[in-house]
Design a protein around this ligand. Structure first.
Ligand SMILES: [Zn+2]
Length: 489
């Protein structure tokens, strides 16, 4: 008995020594940098609570089980509350900058990112996201501009960059600025000799493809974000498809080693909408991409490091809505995002039917307002009952019902504009209010629809992962990863 205890103690000490041993930098060949945009600690825990109550995802997210965990600060050079451009720049280059600046320092001098350090050291490098391929987070790894809104310039910088692989829903472009659209940028990439692939059906033979590759979504010209996971239809391309394509391509071309950044970009968009179900299903979708990375990790564990973190927290999501209990199962009924529900609401009650094309574009309301049908309060109540469980699984008090009825009167009796405008969507007031109501009943509350200055979690596994626990601020991460992988900076 005593002998057994001594043996076990010896084994524990041995394991601890091996785990703490410094890693030979040359051994870390494969670096995976996973960024959940807007994914604060309550988004992670909130998703697990939601999953346990509904069965819509794993009770424990894969990355929350990683052996190494810490937290990092996210402030920018200009504010305690960062935006995605300054945070992306810090995570990519190790330098703080002002909000809205992308890949340049606070004096607007261009910075080099860890993806470029990997390339300069002879490794492959790629970025993937479920939002626009030239959105802030991926852009921070290849672009240098004082405004994240310079989408055309950022796309041109991607095309001119040495990045081997990039993936996203599509190229964002604001036609109003230059007269050029997303198709113009796709053509520009093709003319530069880059293979541009559309939808997972085209992501074939990735390992044997030569030359640079850009993978886009199924409808890249009209929807530059992939559809929200909660609105996903069978057969549509997902973040995990981009991730698998990236791994196959990079490993096929660079067996010596590669760097890959994967962003769960729409967690943030759902946070800006204060839409918990959509937020949690995006987090599950991000975890699905991490599953693909873990499958690679299991084959190359001694040479692979995976880091999962966030650029900032979005929405001020709270677990608890003022009482000492949560009822997360009340969220089970919601099967579409706030944007998706708005599209269904407009399709049912407004003539001509209005639909939302992709979750970055709000449908124009003027036409709908002029020709709104004679819709009864009972019909609207039925919609909220069917789609969200109100008056069914979710109790609605008389005073709460009176508030919804007042919104109905405004919208349908008086014909007032009912748009709710958030950063990435224009939705319908009564749907937005109903999602807030059900969320609170379930025990989730939001401070607002913007970013917060909360620290964010960092999870790590693999070769040298213990070394990453010294990171205290977002700027520490790329430096620590570069050191592990032996990148020349
Ligand atoms: Zn962000």
């Amino acid at each position: 008995m005593k002998r057994n205890v001594i043996f076990r103690l010896f084994a524990v000490v041995l394991i601890a020594l091996v785990a703490a041993a410094p890693v030979d930098a040359k051994r870390v060949k494969y670096v995976f940098y996973m960024i959940g945009d807007g994914m604060g600690i309550n988004h992670v825990r909130g998703t697990e609570i939601f999953n346990r109550a509904t069965g819509y995802g794993p009770a424990e997210l894969n990355f929350s089980q990683f052996p190494y965990r810490t937290f990092i600060t996210t402030h920018s050079a200009s504010s305690l509350v960062t935006d995605s451009a300054a945070a992306g720049t810090a995570l990519a280059t190790g330098t703080k900058t002002n909000n809205n600046y992308l890949g340049v320092d606070a004096e607007k001098r261009p910075l080099s990112s860890i993806a470029m350090w990997a390339k300069a050291s002879g490794y492959g490098a790629g970025v993937a996201t479920c939002v626009g391929v030239n959105h802030a987070t991926p852009g921070a790894f290849y672009a240098n501009t004082e405004s994240r809104s310079n989408y055309e310039l950022i796309a041109e910088q991607l095309i001119a960059s040495p990045l081997d692989f990039a993936a996203g829903g599509g190229f964002i472009n604001q036609k109003s600025k230059t007269g050029h659209d997303s198709a113009y940028l796709e053509n520009l990439a093709t003319k530069a000799g880059i293979t541009v692939l559309h939808g997972k059906g085209e992501f074939t033979d990735m390992a044997s493809r030569k030359g640079r590759v850009i993978c886009l979504g199924d409808n890249s010209l009209s929807e530059t974000d992939l559809p929200y996971a909660v609105d996903h239809q069978p057969g549509q391309t997902k973040l995990v498809d981009f991730t698998n394509a990236a791994i196959d391509y990079l490993y096929g071309n660079y067996p010596k080693g590669f760097f890959l950044m994967v962003e769960g970009g729409s967690i943030d968009h759902a946070g800006h909408n204060d839409d918990p179900v959509t937020d949690f299903q995006e987090t599950n979708d991000f975890a699905e991409a991490i599953d693909a990375v873990l499958a690679f990790y299991r084959r190359h564990a001694a040479e692979t490091v995976i880091i999962v973190t966030a650029d900032h927290e979005t929405g001020g999501l709270m677990l608890g809505a003022g009482s000492y209990e949560m009822k997360p199962s009340l969220l089970a009924k919601q099967k579409y995002s706030e944007n998706g529900l708005t599209a269904r609401f407009r399709a049912r009650f407004y003539k001509p039917a209005e639909t939302v094309q992709g979750h970055t574009d709000g449908a124009p309301m003027a036409q709908a307002l002029q020709s709104r049908q004679n819709t009864s309060w009972e019909a609207v109540k039925d919609f909220l009952k069917e789609e969200l469980g109100m008056w069914d699984t979710v109790p609605v008090s008389e005073s709460a019902e009176a508030a919804f009825k007042a919104t109905y009167d405004k919208t349908f009796v008086r014909g007032e504009n009912d748009d709710v405008v958030s950063l990435y969507a224009t939705n319908t007031r009564i749907v937005s209010d109903a999602i807030d109501f059900v969320s609170k009943a379930a025990g989730y509350s939001w401070a607002h629809g913007s970013h917060t200055g909360s620290p964010v979690p960092l999870f790590a596994i693999g070769a040298g992962a213990l070394d990453l626990m010294s990171c205290r601020d977002n700027t520490d991460i790329p430096k620590a990863l570069a050191k592990l992988a032996g990148y020349k900076r």
